[in-house]
Design a protein around this ligand. Structure first.
Ligand SMILES: [Zn+2]
Length: 74
């Protein structure tokens, strides 16, 4: 029975809507924080790296949105 080993995985649509919420929250925070452009870019980069890890932990590739086992990104 393959059911036994099935991992509960969110759909890519759930991940993408979570991503969008996180992006909006990050943008709103940056707008309020009044940071310089280079500081904003640094925080946006760090956030992006976090999102890549977040997607991977849930079984998806951040770049192509495929399940990791079907991803052919480097
Ligand atoms: Zn990929």
């Amino acid at each position: 029975m393959s059911e036994q080993n099935a991992v509960v995985r969110p759909t890519i649509f759930e991940l993408l809507s979570g991503y969008r919420r996180s992006f909006e929250a990050m943008q709103a925070w940056l707008d309020e924080a009044g940071l310089a452009a280079d500081e904003r870019a640094g925080i946006a980069d760090a956030w992006q790296a976090e999102m890549e890890a977040w997607f991977r932990e849930r079984g998806y590739c951040f770049v192509c949105h495929r399940p990791v086992e079907r991803c052919s990104c480097s």
